[in-house]
Design a protein around this ligand. Structure first.
Ligand SMILES: [Zn+2]
Length: 355
């Protein structure tokens, strides 16, 4: 049995650290510069089991998209609670807890800068990717208030756009990433975020001298309820994609139209081989489905309006956080039960390939 999802970042963190300590993990905590919603200190925590000098390493990351970390945290904790500490040999397994702790605490997908971390790992020495269609939609997606009238008007406007452009094209423009509207959705930022810098340096340091590594990044909010789609950042023609397929089976490239995800630039798994160029990295995102895409988008719009134009500390902000939570997580134990086998299969395959 997997424990229920935590209700706050602080509770999730405490439970994770407790499970890590019980498993005898080596724990490092990295303080984030901001505090959380309740004034609590924020950290990215790394807990590691298995031989410290292992030649091969598995890294499991939760909370790239803040709120989605409530599931990732529960899966990591469950893994630590059931980890076989008698296991001989490698690989080492590193659990990175709450890569975006600010979003985790505030029940947001984005970070302290309203940035989607998976649009932030672009090459900042180059001009940012363009998304010509977004400007036209910006005010419809994130209006200046969230009154029932505004919601109705903007939703009608978006429906009109969907008829004009088609669902797929609209999804690409909305969620493909944009760099010009700081209060908008799927915003990539103006430079590397704190979590970006931290992750780069952590992975570079941890994988220094490591020949092979697997990375599993845990997400929610896309696809059928409880299903864990395996998403690759690689194009289907390259060797890394072939290896991902060989390890995990039905991996879908986000560059492929069949994926539940929009094609995008700036996701961190796609950039991970740059952090540790001498390590052969095989990475995958597990994307667990919750509710339908319109419900998810509505929650992100409400959240963006609240943080861009409203008062996130006001009493009525609680309802928006509940809306976001319900779009990205399901507290029904049946959902957790449905998510667990895919996690187990993916991590077990990674461990076996690196043993
Ligand atoms: Zn995500």
């Amino acid at each position: 049995m997997i424990a229920p999802l935590s209700r706050s970042y602080a509770d999730a963190r405490a439970a994770f650290l407790d499970a890590a300590a019980t498993a005898g993990a080596r724990i490092e905590s990295f303080a984030h510069p901001r505090v959380g919603m309740d004034g609590e200190a924020l950290y990215v925590d790394a807990a590691e089991v298995g031989p410290a000098d292992a030649d091969h390493v598995v890294i499991v990351v939760s909370g790239t998209h803040g709120v989605e970390g409530y599931l990732g945290s529960a899966l990591q904790r469950h893994h630590l609670e059931t980890y076989d500490t008698d296991r001989e040999g490698g690989p080492a397994i590193v659990f990175v807890h709450a890569l975006n702790p600010y979003g985790f605490s505030w029940v947001r997908r984005v970070n302290e800068d309203n940035v989607d971390l998976n649009r932030n790992f672009v090459d900042w020495s180059q001009p940012t990717p363009t998304n010509d269609g977004y400007a036209d939609l910006a005010d419809l997606l994130v209006p200046h208030d969230w009154s029932p009238e505004t919601q109705e008007q903007t939703l009608l406007g978006l429906m009109g756009k969907m008829e004009e452009l088609g669902l797929e094209q609209l999804q690409q423009i909305v969620s493909g990433g944009q760099y010009d509207h700081p209060t908008g959705v799927f915003y990539g930022g103006t430079g590397p975020t704190w979590s970006n810098e931290w992750l780069r340096s952590f992975v570079a340091r941890r994988l220094d001298g490591v020949t092979k590594a697997a990375i599993v990044d845990l997400h929610t909010g896309l696809g059928p309820w409880g299903h864990g789609e395996l998403i690759s950042s690689e194009v289907p023609s390259n060797d890394t994609f072939a290896r991902q397929q060989a390890w995990w089976g039905d991996v879908i490239s986000m560059m492929d139209d069949a994926s539940v995800s929009a094609s995008l630039e700036g996701d961190w798994l796609g950039a991970a081989s740059d952090f540790a160029p001498d390590t052969e990295i095989t990475g995958v995102a597990i994307e667990y489905g919750t509710v339908d895409p319109i419900t998810v988008l509505q929650s992100l719009r409400a959240d963006a309006v609240l943080h861009g134009h409203g008062d996130p500390t006001a009493d009525d902000a609680v309802a928006v956080r509940e809306q976001v939570r319900a779009a990205f997580l399901d507290d029904d134990p049946a959902w957790l039960g449905a998510c667990l086998p895919r996690y187990h299969a993916v991590v077990t395959a990674a461990v076996e390939h690196l043993a």
